[in-house]
Design a protein around this ligand. Structure first.
Ligand SMILES: Cc1cc2nc3c(=O)[nH]c(=O)nc-3n(C[C@H](O)[C@H](O)[C@H](O)COP(=O)(O)OP(=O)(O)OC[C@H]3O[C@@H](n4cnc5c(N)ncnc54)[C@H](O)[C@@H]3O)c2cc1C
Length: 400
């Protein structure tokens, strides 16, 4: 290839930022179109990023890995405790038993601040108006619009468009398909509340039948809470379910709440107005298009059930592995073919994503109506489940 590879990244989310960071210093021309502002709107909530994300990030971008693990930015995710809302603990797993390193607990706004610092060539507040193939050797074009000024701009001679634009990906819909979601039949909601009195520390879950509370603390002395409960086959979240009375009963064991669960349910009921109600869903994976100049990564490729906290975590794996692959190609094969790059990325990621999506699905048994949390949590202490966790947290794609 006589001129540098020209890559358009659509979406400065987790995968998109990692790719721009990892390639902007190399001999490729890379730019990113982001429809939102630089300060991210998801700033209100937190997330846990799995050990596998930190493991691969350490190999590809050790500076970012260190920044993300700095005190004040995140807290280490060292253990996973699960039990019942009456206080009984069924398992308490130190993550280092199944992982090479801890994960992190972090606020979304902090994660975005770190991911987006030092990025060049990102067009914020900009939407894609049109994109498609042309007949030239670098076959793609893109028309974008600045949402502030209304100005339109065209990009030509693009070799590769990366769909890093999340669950409702415009890239995937334009070039590949419109994925049909599969629903679990579970409502999920998330919120942040002050950690007073300091009852919450590392990652923990509490179940009552098919309903679940999940919480961990994040820097700034706040608690991230994710609650869930089963919904009926019509997948409608009934209005009645969005009330304090319903939620109070939903998690309530016969013996009464443990102190921690009473704190969590009280906090949920007091902050009900700030809750965004969602349904747990996944989409079938798709990576490249038939012509080989489009590649979807992260949620646009494989949004999954959030049960194992692998959504953003797999976006880290995708972004880091893509960077490793381009670096490898640039180092060894100066005249490389873009479809071959897309194909080899897909070949490596397909099986891993299939495994992670299936594992997330299987681990969701205790979020369903009619579940028996004691039996299901006990099964998660068995070797077959722990082996899968080892595979999840340790077998990140080879980036050498
Ligand atoms: C509240 C919440 C909590 C979560 N908690 C966890 C958790 O604890 N652990 C975990 O691993 N995962 C979690 N997830 C899942 C996780 O958010 C996603 O899996 C992850 O963000 C996917 O990363 P991504 O890079 O593919 O896409 P995203 O992070 O969704 O980024 C997509 C980006 O593309 C931009 N965009 C979209 N369309 C366009 C367009 N047409 N043009 C330009 N830009 C566009 C968006 O503005 C966004 O910035 C959570 C999700 C939510 C909503």
């Amino acid at each position: 290839m006589s001129k540098p590879l020209r890559i358009a990244v659509i979406g400065a989310g987790v995968a998109g930022c990692l790719i721009v960071r990892g390639l902007q210093q190399l001999e490729v021309e890379i730019f990113c179109i982001e429809k939102g502002p630089e300060e991210n709107l998801l700033a209100g909530t937190g997330l846990n990023v799995g050990p596998n994300a930190l493991k691969i990030l350490q190999q590809i971008d050790p500076e970012l890995a260190a920044a993300l693990q700095t005190a004040g930015t995140s807290l280490p995710w060292n253990s996973w405790k699960a039990g019942l809302t009456d206080g009984r603990v069924i398992f308490d797993l130190p993550l280092l038993q199944v992982a090479d390193n801890p994960g992190i607990r972090i606020r979304w706004s902090q994660l975005y601040r770190q991911l987006r610092s030092h990025l060049t060539n990102v067009y914020y507040n900009t939407t894609v108006v049109e994109m498609g193939y042309t007949h030239s050797s670098a076959p793609l074009y893109l028309v974008v619009e600045d949402q502030v000024t209304g100005e339109r701009h065209q990009f030509h001679e693009i070799d590769l468009i990366l769909g890093c634009d999340g669950r409702y990906s415009q890239v995937r819909q334009t070039f590949i398909d419109t994925p049909q979601p599969a629903h679990l039949g579970t409502c999920i909601y998330r919120l942040l509340v002050p950690n007073t009195p300091q009852l919450i520390d590392d990652y923990q879950q509490w179940f009552h039948n098919g309903s679940r509370l999940l919480a961990f603390s994040i820097p700034g002395d706040e608690v991230y809470i994710a609650g869930s409960f089963p919904i009926a086959a019509d997948l409608v979240i009934p209005e009645i379910a969005k009330s304090p009375d319903f939620l109070w009963q939903c998690y309530k064991p016969q013996q009464g709440y443990s102190q921690v669960c009473e704190f969590l349910v009280t906090a949920i009921c007091e902050n009900i107005e700030q809750i965004h109600w969602a349904r747990i869903q996944e989409i079938p994976p798709a990576f490249g298009d038939a012509r080989g100049h489009i590649l979807c990564l992260g949620d646009s490729s494989h949004a999954m059930f959030p049960t194992l906290g692998q959504g953003a975590t797999q976006a880290f794996e995708d972004g880091c592995f893509f960077v490793a692959q381009v670096r490898r190609y640039l180092a060894h094969q100066r005249n490389f073919s873009v479809p071959a790059l897309v194909e080899s990325f897909t070949a490596t990621r397909r099986d891993r994503i299939k495994f992670v999506q299936q594992f997330s699905r299987d681990a969701s048994d205790s979020l369903l109506a009619g579940s028996n949390p004691i039996t299901e949590l006990q099964a998660k202490t068995q070797n077959s489940f722990l082996e899968k966790l080892r595979r999840l947290y340790r077998d990140t794609p080879n980036c050498d």
